[in-house]
Design a protein around this ligand. Structure first.
Ligand SMILES: *Cc1c(COP(=O)(O)O)cnc(C)c1O
Length: 50
């Protein structure tokens, strides 16, 4: 995520995080879904939220 965010900032891009399977995960203390412009999670019955 650090490298992705560096590239996005350098090129004025927005990062949309696919965090569908990452609820509760963190990288260096920062929660999945909170790195980029926005993050998305899945409510599909087989996924971790359900
Ligand atoms: C399941 C899944 C999706 C799709 O989620 P929907 O809620 O079905 O749209 C997208 N990305 C990943 C990584 C997934 O595991």
């Amino acid at each position: 995520m650090e490298r992705i965010m560096e590239i996005a900032e350098k090129h004025d891009l927005r990062v949309i995080e696919d965090a569908a399977q990452a609820l509760g995960a963190a990288f260096k203390g920062k929660k999945a879904g909170s790195f980029g412009f926005t993050g998305i999670f899945s409510f599909y019955p087989a996924k971790v939220l359900n």
